[in-house]
Design a protein around this ligand. Structure first.
Ligand SMILES: *Cc1c(COP(=O)(O)O)cnc(C)c1O
Length: 338
């Protein structure tokens, strides 16, 4: 049994190429669950795209990327002397570190005198970074490869970015997260002699939703009478068919069920009870016979029990059914690239 991510390879790669064309200098972000595809596969895709650099989220993700991608790897989390000082990858000349504080930079350079860095500025995101007032001096001492800014989701970033660019006029390269193509064009017009390099994950890997689909196997389909109890929780069910499909909590199924709840009341219940408890009251993300049936009870670890209403023809064991999932929290059993 399996919950697999099926990918139309040609279409997916066309979309990647389009994104790269629209945002030259783009740095592919390859982190976490690899946007559902896995980080190794995405490193191989970045290799195909021919980009000179990819970005990983954490130092824990660095060895894998260095092994599967042949060129530079930027680490998005800041280098911290207290945490990362002993990592063997610090000496690798393909690694570009993010620094936010002078002490960390000093420590890093004590390990590797010519360690490559970018300096992060503290934006309205408020996560990591050197505040704007101290940034110009730090950029000068760091002798890095650019300044990086991580912006909140949404648009309207040009004014904030411009304040940084004007405050550090000698810095040529700016790595930017969560800027639109229109914002990039605007920045390039305002500052024609600077280089703006967007760091992009979601739009690059998940930009064309028609290029991929999660599908689950039907493992069982059985008529069920009104009031019959099933599952760990022995809840009475309405009449219809009980359909067991592959895909459970270990795959990330129902991670977003509160948002998928049909009504405000259901959403309120979902928030009050937690996503999994609420899951049986909301539509499941599986499409069976043209409908999205409810969970008979919260998803199990590797499969889910669905209640197909009366009047809907049951699927056959072995059929596959589409699953609507947020891929940033999906862990499919396999990626089937065609
Ligand atoms: C995750 C991340 C990105 C990429 O975000 P997407 O929304 O997936 O494009 C860019 N920059 C930083 C610092 C990140 O943590």
């Amino acid at each position: 049994m399996a919950l697999n991510l099926h990918v139309d390879g040609a279409r997916w790669r066309d979309a990647q190429a389009d994104t790269l064309r629209q945002r030259p200098g783009l740095v592919p972000v390859i982190k976490g669950n690899g946007y559902g595809f896995g980080r190794d596969l995405l490193c191989a895709e970045a290799e195909r795209l021919g980009v000179p650099m990819v970005a990983v989220g954490t130092y824990a993700e660095l060895p894998g990327a260095l092994g599967t991608f042949a060129r530079d790897v930027l680490v998005l989390e800041p280098y911290r002397a207290a945490i990362h000082h002993d990592l063997p990858q610090l000496r690798d000349t393909r690694v570009v570190h993010t620094v936010t504080a002078p002490d960390d930079l000093t420590d890093l350079r004590s390990v590797q005198g010519d360690a490559r860095v970018v300096v992060e500025g503290l934006t309205s995101m408020g996560r990591f970074g050197m505040p704007l007032s101290s940034l110009p001096g730090f950029v000068t001492t760091a002798r890095g490869e650019g300044v990086t800014l991580h912006l909140p989701l949404g648009s309207g970033h040009v004014a904030e970015i411009s304040r940084f660019v004007e405050a550090v006029p000698d810095n040529r390269t700016w790595f930017l997260s969560h800027v639109t193509t229109a914002e990039l064009a605007d920045l390039q017009r305002r500052f024609p002699d600077r280089e703006f390099r967007p760091r992009v994950g979601t739009d690059l890997w998940l930009g064309d939703k028609a290029a991929y689909e999660v599908r689950a196997h039907v493992l069982e389909a059985r008529p069920i009478a009104k009031g019959e109890r099933v599952g760990y929780r022995q809840r009475p069910q309405p009449a219809g068919h009980l359909v067991v499909v592959s895909g459970g909590t270990s795959h990330g199924v129902a991670m977003e069920s509160p948002a998928a709840a049909a009504t405000v009341r259901q959403r309120a219940i979902a928030v009050a009870e937690g996503a999994l408890e609420a899951a049986h009251r909301v539509r499941s993300p599986f499409t069976v016979g043209g409908v999205m049936p409810r969970f008979a009870e919260p998803p199990h670890m590797q499969c889910s029990l669905l209640l197909l209403p009366e009047g809907v023809a049951p699927p056959a064991v072995g059929d596959t059914v589409p699953v609507r999932m947020r891929l940033t929290t999906a862990y499919p059993d396999a990626v089937v690239l065609s």
